[in-house]
Write a protein that binds this ligand. Structure first.
Ligand code: UD1
Length: 423
């Protein structure tokens, strides 16, 4: 296991490229299970989660080859239907093979993903949607065991108490592409990653309408071909680096970004006094005056993303005044709070909210990364803190940020990776 050692207090300066989106790439890779020809995905980030899914797909008969930023996936053996615990437990998003396996191979045995640090994460909506398409599903010995004849189009609502489900929408949408007749998905997730997957499926021959809205209408087809597609830029990485510029009082340009995917993030940062100059494919971020406190709610897209909640909290720790951050998507996603407190932050957590009183400075400390975005929040806090911060268990970061330390170093940060002695 590795750790990061960060010397804080250096304003970031320079230009950095945003990688392709992890959360878009994963369900697209799983779509190779329904493709009857090779799938070429461009701009796939080289991350632990991507490698985990490639290994899982290999166990399901899909060969993958990486050439620089591109991956070509080719299904050469349709026999296996079993996604083992050993691989699925490493990454919850492995569940995105369920819908494709069921639609194409008529059978899927997929380990239940299990718990995770950001709270209870059920898959009941995935199962409800696939059952509505005609699948028989049982849970046995920790596995989802699903079978079906050819799936049949149906009217389905994927809304839950916390909004719609992103990977659930990906699963049901992909499966419905090969069903007979028409499927209508209400309360579908509108996230750009769902739209990107839909666009890939359309390039493969699927007939989908309503992408980016809460109602998807899918007319099933007999077969889906291979295709070539470029994955959208990672809006969460972009938001993290925007906050990195603000928290260090720096001035950076991020390239390969989509302003339309970052509207809610820009709105909150704008209210806080962060200046953003958007070009067609880039954004220059600067901070001229003092930061202003805000009230922010993480909600489904197009609202403020839960995946940026922890990073924003880190910035608000250094924003004079009282701020509130509420997470309506994952109400227990506050593992970063106790570590930020160890760095001198003043935060009170109550239910799904964190009440933050800005302090004038944070101080370096040993802190423990607990999940992907909480780890990013600790990196941001460390970049601004006085002195040295050691972040343990950064394998969480390696799951979702491509070459983060190299990117930060190129912007002038002092970030060093070294083997960890703390278990
Ligand atoms: C995806 C993202 C994750 C992001 C999240 C919310 C991927 C690989 N991961 O996760 O980074 O934080 O969307 O934007 O794309 N729920 C149910 N029943 C279900 C499924 C979900 O109640 O069957 C609840 C969840 O507990 C949560 C909410 O719905 O409260 C949203 O979860 P969901 O959109 O499914 O998250 P993921 O797709 O797992």
């Amino acid at each position: 296991m590795d750790r990061f050692i960060i010397q804080g207090g250096r304003p970031l300066r320079g230009t950095v490229q945003i990688s392709g989106s992890k959360n878009a790439a994963l369900p697209m890779m799983a779509a190779s299970l329904v493709a009857s020809g090779p799938l070429q995905l461009n701009q796939v980030p080289d991350l632990a989660d991507v490698r985990t899914l490639a290994a899982l797909l290999q166990s399901l008969g899909v060969e993958s080859e990486r050439h620089a930023g591109n991956i070509v996936l080719n299904c050469v053996d349709n026999h296996s239907c079993r996604a083992d615990y050993e691989l699925v437990r490493r990454m919850r998003a492995s569940i995105c093979v369920l819908g494709p396996l069921l639609a194409k191979r008529r059978k899927a045995i997929v380990s239940l993903p299990g718990g995770c640090n950001i709270g209870h994460r059920p898959i009941d909506l995935h199962l409800m949607g696939l059952r509505a398409l005609g699948a028989q599903i049982q849970i046995e010995n920790g596995y989802v065991i699903a079978s079906a004849g050819r799936l049949k189009g149906a009217k389905i609502s994927l809304g839950g108490d916390q909004g719609s489900t992103v990977t659930g929408t990906c699963n049901v949408m992909t499966a419905a592409c090969l069903a007979t007749g028409t499927t209508v998905i209400d309360s579908a997730a509108c996230e750009p990653e769902v739209v990107d997957l839909g666009n890939l499926l359309i390039a493969m021959g699927a007939r989908i309408e309503g992408l980016g809205t809460s109602q998807l209408v899918i007319d099933g087809v007999e077969d889906l071909s291979g295709a070539t597609h470029t994955v959208i830029p990672d809006r969460i990485e972009a938001a993290t680096l925007m906050i990195a510029a603000a928290i260090t009082h720096g001035e950076i340009t991020i390239e390969n970004v989509r302003a339309d995917h970052l509207t809610a993030v820009s709105e909150i940062l704008g209210q806080m006094g962060v200046s953003m100059a958007w070009g067609s494919n880039d954004c220059r971020i600067t901070l001229s005056g003092p930061l202003q406190p805000v009230e922010c709610q993480a909600v489904p897209y197009p609202g403020f993303p839960t995946d940026v909640q922890a990073q924003l909290t880190a910035l608000l720790c250094l924003t004079f005044g009282q701020s509130t951050v509420t997470d309506k998507v994952f109400p227990s996603r506050f593992m970063h709070v106790s570590e930020l407190l160890r760095m001198g932050a003043n935060i009170r957590r109550d239910g799904d909210s964190a009440f933050i009183s800005g302090v004038t400075s944070l101080s370096g400390a040993h802190v423990m990364a607990s999940d992907l975005r909480a780890s990013a929040a600790l990196v941001l806090a460390a970049l601004a803190a006085r002195g040295e911060t050691v972040i343990h268990r950064i394998y969480h970061l390696d799951r979702g940020y491509e070459q983060l330390e190299l990117k930060l170093q190129s912007l002038g940060a002092s970030v060093e990776r070294s083997p960890d002695t703390v278990a």
